[in-house]
Structure formats: structure tokens, C-alpha cells
Design a protein around this ligand. Structure first.
Ligand SMILES: [Zn+2]
Length: 385
């Protein structure tokens, strides 16, 4: 139970005890910074609440096997996934491992080890894809959303059914593009919350249903309002587990219904353990690994994506700034602001001074007031459109 998660000994000990005694208190929320394993904790708790056996790490009961790629029908995930970089990171690593046969980095590795590495990476991609796609599950998707994401969703979903040794039905590049193209639709609307509720009131199985809300603090006010009733009077046999970066200040009512577990910062030693086991290299900051270490290339890419987004209103740029640690995002936002003048051409050129001012304010707001990436992007659009 929770053994694969590094750190948080105290919290894990309490959770284990509560699970064994059947006294676990929900709704509960795992709160912590990005990459603090909030979602991993939440998913492990979900597995333990559903397990037919005693929740051993390698349990092979039907429900634990289903849970590996989140095929569990009684589990619903809603909310905005804050780090999509991890999917992209492993897609890139998998692409690199794809071409180089038994020769990697100048050293010869056996074909067997090479295949093993590829399978591990593929598994990493599939798990992240499963977590991402779960919120597009067609039975909890409003009609409008369904029509917007269905084709891409089906394509990506098929990837979760390919055996480890086979190639994905679409290219890694298409997976990358597909994920980006539907990412903007992941924040739930009121209709999808109602659909989740409907499913939870329907008693189709004798097992607990489970709703996992990712990033509670980035939900819109109307969605939080709809959720409040549900959280106040949940149907019998429902567990609600959430993750959050911090307590949503604008929705104290909802926040106070949850039992809050704070995942504090890991020690340097623990951080290194995570990065080595997870990414195969040592680093004190996981974010630094995900975000390309070469800041100038990264800034270049961000600047370009910023202007693309001004045209198509995809929220990826702000989402990224939102998930970065403060120091890194300050460094990057300064570099971006310096670069903007050379990039703002055509219709954006006359708006440059306003653009820079609003960007500065938004970046500050994101961190100081913990404004969601969606609100930040809306603020900028209002000023430059
Ligand atoms: Zn089990």
C-alpha cells in the first residue's frame, strides 16, 4: 500500500490504518505542488478502496488489474490535468528508444534490455494517456464536448488496447498532437458534472463508486457550485477524492467539506530517488527534467506557441506557466517578455505595449493569487483582441 510513492511516511501510515479498519474519511483532497505525487496518491487510494483482496502492491485481483490502465467502470475522473509535459516527455523518450536498435549512447545493450526499456517507456506513455483520457470517457461527457473530441478520443483510446510488444495504431507524433488538440476541453462543464452525478446515483454494482477530481482549485465557479450540492449530499457508497495545488480561496464553502492532506516538499534525497527511479537520471527538481533544460530553445518554442494560442485560444501556454515552479517561471517569463517584440508582427505589432503589460500581470497573478490558467488566458485575450 503506497509503497511505490517516495516520502510522506506519516500520511501513508494514517491512510493504511484507516483503510485496514474501514474508517477512511472522504471527501478528501491531496494537496501539494505539481509533481508532488498528488495524483499518484489519489489513484493508489482509489485502487485500495476497490481492491477485492488486501491491497498488496502486486495484487492480481480483477479490479486491481483493471485499475492498471484505469479500465475500472466505477471510477470517474474529472478536472484539468495540470502537467501534460509528462506524456510528452515519455513520448519523446520512447521515440528515441524506437530508432536506436541495440546501440544506445555509444554503448551496446542487449536486444533483451533494449526491448525491456522500450516496454517500460511504452507503459509509462500508456498509463499517462489512460489518466488523461479518463476524463473524456463518453458517458460523462456533455453532448457539445463529445462532438468536439470524439474522433481524437477514439484514436487515442485505441492505443490503450495495443499489447506492449506491438506498435501503437497511430504514430507517436499523432499521439502528441491528439493530446494537445483535446487538452483545452478537459475542464468540466456543468453538464458533465451532472452526468457524473447521474452515474453515481445509479446503483449498477455492489462496489463503491469513486469520483476523482483533479485540480479542485482550477474548476470554474459554476462547476464548483454544482459540485457543492453533490459533495454535501453524496449518494451512499460513493467516495470523492480530489487533488489540489492549494485551498481554493474563492470557494471556501466547497473546500471546507473536504478533509485536507498536505503533501509537503520532499527532501533533496527523496527528490533524487524519485527522479532516478522515474526518469532514469538524477535531478533535484523534477520540473527541470520535464521542461527542457535548454531554456533558450524552450523560450523560443513558448513564444511561438504564445502567438499561435492568441489565434486559436488553446490554453497550453498558460497551463505550462501555471505548473512551473516559481523561480523557473520567473526566469522564463522574463526571457519571453524580452523576446516578444521581435515576435509580435502583423496585427499584433501595434498591440505590443499592452500585450507585454497584460502578460506581466497575468504571470504574476498566476503565482500570487493562484489564478487558473484558464482565467489568465481569458484576461490576456480580452486586452489584445
Ligand atoms: Zn486487488
Amino acid at each position: 500500500m503506497f509503497d511505490h510513492i517516495v516520502g510522506y511516511a506519516e500520511i501513508k501510515r494514517h491512510l493504511k490504518e484507516d483503510i485496514k479498519q474501514g474508517t477512511i474519511q472522504t471527501p478528501l483532497v491531496f494537496s501539494g505542488s505539481p509533481l508532488s505525487a498528488r495524483m499518484t496518491m489519489a489513484l493508489e487510494l482509489a485502487r485500495l478502496l476497490h481492491c477485492d483482496e488486501h491491497g498488496a502492491a502486486a495484487c492480481s485481483c480483477r479490479r486491481c488489474v483493471q485499475h492498471q490502465l484505469l479500465r475500472n467502470q466505477e471510477l470517474y475522473i474529472i478536472g484539468e490535468r495540470s502537467t501534460l509535459e509528462d506524456i510528452h516527455y515519455f513520448l519523446k523518450a520512447l521515440a528515441n528508444a524506437q530508432g536506436t536498435s541495440a546501440q544506445a549512447h555509444g554503448e551496446t545493450i542487449s536486444t533483451e534490455n533494449h526491448n525491456k526499456r522500450r516496454n517500460t517507456l511504452k507503459q509509462m506513455v500508456m498509463l499517462r494517456l489512460a489518466i488523461f483520457l479518463k476524463r473524456f470517457d463518453t458517458i460523462i461527457l456533455s453532448k457539445k464536448r463529445k462532438s468536439q473530441v470524439e474522433t481524437v478520443y477514439q484514436q487515442l483510446f485505441e492505443c490503450l488496447h495495443t499489447p506492449l510488444s506491438d506498435e501503437f495504431p497511430i504514430s507517436l507524433e499523432s499521439i502528441h498532437r491528439g493530446v494537445n488538440s483535446i487538452a483545452a476541453y478537459q475542464t468540466p462543464d456543468v453538464e458533465s458534472i451532472r452526468l457524473v452525478q447521474e452515474q453515481c446515483y445509479y446503483r449498477g454494482s455492489n462496489k463503491h463508486k469513486l469520483v476523482l477530481i483533479e485540480n479542485l482549485n482550477t474548476l470554474s465557479m459554476t462547476v464548483m457550485h454544482t459540485l457543492l450540492k453533490f459533495v454535501e449530499e453524496p449518494p451512499e457508497s460513493l467516495h470523492i477524492i480530489a487533488t489540489a495545488q492549494e485551498r481554493p480561496r474563492h470557494a471556501q464553502n466547497l473546500a471546507s467539506r473536504f478533509h485536507w492532506l498536505y503533501l509537503s516538499t520532499r527532501s533533496d534525497e527523496e527528490q533524487k530517488m524519485v527522479s532516478t527511479s522515474y526518469f532514469g537520471k538524477e535531478a533535484s527538481s523534477l520540473q527541470a527534467l520535464l521542461v527542457d533544460a535548454d531554456t533558450s530553445t524552450f523560450v523560443e518554442q513558448l513564444c511561438d506557441s504564445f502567438f499561435v494560442e492568441l489565434d486559436n485560444q488553446n490554453g497550453e501556454f498558460w497551463r505550462l506557466m501555471h505548473t512551473m515552479d516559481l523561480k523557473k517561471s520567473e526566469e522564463i517569463s522574463l526571457a519571453i517578455l524580452k523576446k516578444l517584440p521581435s515576435k509580435a508582427t502583423g496585427k499584433y505589432a501595434p498591440k505590443l505595449p499592452a500585450l507585454i503589460r497584460v502578460c506581466k500581470e497575468s504571470l504574476q497573478n498566476i503565482h500570487e493569487r493562484n489564478v487558473s490558467s484558464r482565467s489568465a488566458i481569458e484576461e490576456v485575450y480580452q486586452h489584445v483582441k
